[in-house]
Design a protein around this ligand. Structure first.
Ligand SMILES: [Zn+2]
Length: 330
């Protein structure tokens, strides 16, 4: 549904009024995310936003530590090409929980890799190489969700702000490339698919309208079966942004992404040869060594160890930039 700018502004104003005086500032673009997700129905958008604020409070999400230049916390996943932090990988560091390393061990590879033509960060995941059964066997749904929340908070509180600065406009969406190379029937594993459901439920409920484009490339015919299941879990608005592509994906990707920002294995020119694992490190593809957790990695379901998670509640440097700006008193 398209709305004129005036209608959009009126809806944003109405939604803002519904919340009255708050300690936090609800930015226009943020309110729009909820209005778009709920087809501009103010009552529904209000409900979703209330649920989001409540969920963030109940789960201490606002206190979740995120990596910055000031706190030098270890990264939860690899990043390339942002100004706010040097390029880096996930590494065995005592502040990382054992559960993150355990999940990451069985992932086919992931990286937050540079930006697209809209100025949005690009997240690349080598989905086809995920050891789906191992993830489902060795990790709990809670551990996967917590890891995902840690990554989401870093994306929205650190990377999106960096991209907004660079683009000179508000950036709150990410472009996603899921590479299905290597995908087979072994991935059609219901317990693993339920993890995808849990993760996409969280995103749609509490981080609505944060997807710019999603490309599923090298999709094999087996995937069509998986897709029929996954499709039912997604909002119509999300479905519109998804393109399923087989082997002929290069031209489509290059319309959205400058060649220098796209890895060579995806049809671009980037190799990130200065980094271990190149553009997308992967233990499964053996372009980086296997990372074994050690005794220093606490076995907890949170992304960081308990002491770091606790410090996030009181230490502003460890917590990093806020998700919501505090409202300035008049
Ligand atoms: Zn690269």
């Amino acid at each position: 549904m398209t709305k004129s700018e005036q209608e959009q502004n009126e809806a944003v104003q109405q939604l803002r009024q519904e919340f009255g005086e708050l300690k936090i500032t609800l930015e226009t673009e943020f309110l729009k995310q909820f209005l778009i997700a709920r087809s501009w129905n103010i009552k529904d958008a209000k409900e979703q936003l209330e649920n989001t604020i409540a969920w963030r409070k109940e789960n201490n999400v606002d206190m979740h530590p995120v990596t910055t230049m000031d706190n030098k916390l270890p990264l939860l996943y690899p990043i390339r090409g942002f100004s706010c932090l040097p390029d880096g990988n996930l590494e065995v560091h005592p502040n990382i929980s054992e559960s993150v390393l355990r999940i990451y061990r069985w992932m086919g590879g992931s990286c937050l890799h540079k930006t697209d033509n809209d100025g949005c960060p690009i997240y690349i995941e080598r989905l086809g190489h995920h050891a789906a059964k191992e993830i489902a066997k060795y990790a709990t749904s809670e551990e996967v969700s917590n890891y995902h929340t840690g990554c989401n908070e870093f994306l929205h509180r650190v990377i999106m702000k960096d991209c907004s600065k660079k683009a000179g406009k508000h950036i709150n969406r990410e472009t996603v490339i899921f590479d299905c190379t290597g995908m087979g029937w072994h991935q059609l594993h219901m317990p693993a698919l339920y993890y995808i459901k849990a993760v996409s439920d969280t995103d749609q409920k509490y981080y609505p309208e944060t997807l710019n484009k999603l490309y599923l490339i090298n999709a094999p015919s087996a995937f069509v079966m998986v897709w029929k299941i996954v499709k039912g879990w997604l909002d119509p608005g999300t479905l519109e942004k998804i393109q399923i592509l087989g082997k002929d994906f290069k031209d489509v990707l290059l319309k959205q992404i400058p060649p220098g920002n796209l890895p060579t294995f995806l049809g671009g020119q980037c190799t990130c040869s200065h980094m271990p694992g190149g553009c997308v490190p992967s233990q499964i593809l053996k372009n980086i060594p296997i990372m074994e957790p050690n005794d220093g990695n606490e076995n907890v379901s949170t992304a960081y160890c308990t002491s770091i998670m606790e410090k996030g509640k009181t230490d502003e440097i460890i917590r990093g930039p806020p998700f919501f700006q505090e409202t300035k008193l008049k």
